[in-house]
Design a protein around this ligand. Structure first.
Ligand SMILES: [Zn+2]
Length: 305
């Protein structure tokens, strides 16, 4: 390749011959020099920036210093720990709800249906490929979102647990159980009846259940013993206050083995069947009173717990 030029219109013609290969080598060398200069400038700039403000470098370049990496790792560790605690709390809340659910089921189910369900004989057929859940599937976008969801779930579970516990306590204070394990000896019903002594119509404010002397008398709901007395009519008797205006009375006992002020719970033995007071033979006279008005105990879904 030849280059020709003159310095003036009448000047001498200059001429130079350059080989193509030489040009290519020169261009490549020049380009390399530029690239090296650029890299050196970048490195120098980062070095200066690191010395001046490492956080800025981390932000601009996506580079973490050691202390930053440690801090970030520590943050994540704390968040994971907090999340783990929230999940553990939720699990515990769910466990408590399960226990509560069982208590409700026990309270609400007739005895015959309380037997544990028969074990499943055959294994149900199920299958398919295993595809792991993604963060979108679980709705867990980030630690903070997951933690917020766990906290909200915990708060809701606590509220449900508290509501259910209150309801269960209310139900446990209702006199819905039977005062004797065996209620087959029902001998006198509630309401007007012929008095067993005078044989004339008289009001009967409870029910009578015949049973052998010494048979345990059971509290029909949780409550507090209000009165223990030896009455000419009722014989040895005990009143239990269940709150909300409810009171139960157990009379003609051979013995009462609780004291006034004592807390009792449903199904707890509180005395023994006898024939004290105005009684013809060993039996339990049982009353349910609401705001001091006699109620028919049989309308309270008598059950044996
Ligand atoms: Zn009676």
């Amino acid at each position: 390749m030849q280059f020709m030029w003159t310095t003036s219109p009448l000047g001498k013609l200059h001429c130079i011959s350059v080989r193509k290969r030489r040009i290519a080598i020169s261009v490549a060398a020049l380009a390399s020099l530029f690239v090296l200069a650029g890299v050196a400038a970048s490195v120098a700039a980062f070095k200066l920036a690191f010395d001046y403000d490492p956080a800025l470098v981390a932000n601009i370049g996506g580079v973490l210093t050691l202390s930053e990496a440690e801090k970030r790792e520590s943050d994540y560790r704390h968040k994971i720990e907090a999340l783990r605690e929230e999940v553990a709390a939720a699990r515990e809340q769910l466990g408590q709800l399960h226990v509560l659910k069982d208590e409700f089921a026990k309270l609400a189910s007739p005895r015959a249906t309380r037997a544990a369900p028969a074990e499943r004989k055959s294994v149900p057929g199920r299958g398919g490929p295993h595809i792991a859940l993604t963060a979108e599937d679980t709705g867990v976008g980030s630690f903070d979102t997951a933690r917020a969801q766990a906290e909200e779930l915990n708060a809701r579970l606590k509220q449900v647990h508290s509501d259910w516990r209150q309801e269960l306590l209310r139900l446990e204070r209702l006199p819905m159980a039977a005062p004797l394990a065996d209620m087959h000896g029902l001998s006198s019903s509630y309401g007007v009846r012929l008095d067993p002594f005078t044989h004339s119509p008289a009001r009967h404010e409870g029910i009578d259940i015949s049973a052998a002397a010494g048979t345990p008398i059971l509290a029909t709901a949780s409550g507090v013993v209000r009165r223990v007395a030896a009455d000419p009519q009722y014989g040895r008797m005990v009143d239990i206050d269940h709150g909300n205006g409810y009171l139960t009375r157990y009379a003609h006992a051979l013995a009462i083995n609780v004291k006034p002020g004592e807390r009792v719970h449903r199904g707890m033995p509180i005395g023994a069947v006898g024939s004290t007071g105005r009684s013809t033979a060993p039996h339990l006279h049982y009353e349910v009173r609401l705001n001091n008005q006699a109620q028919n105990p049989l309308e309270y879904g008598l059950r044996r717990d």
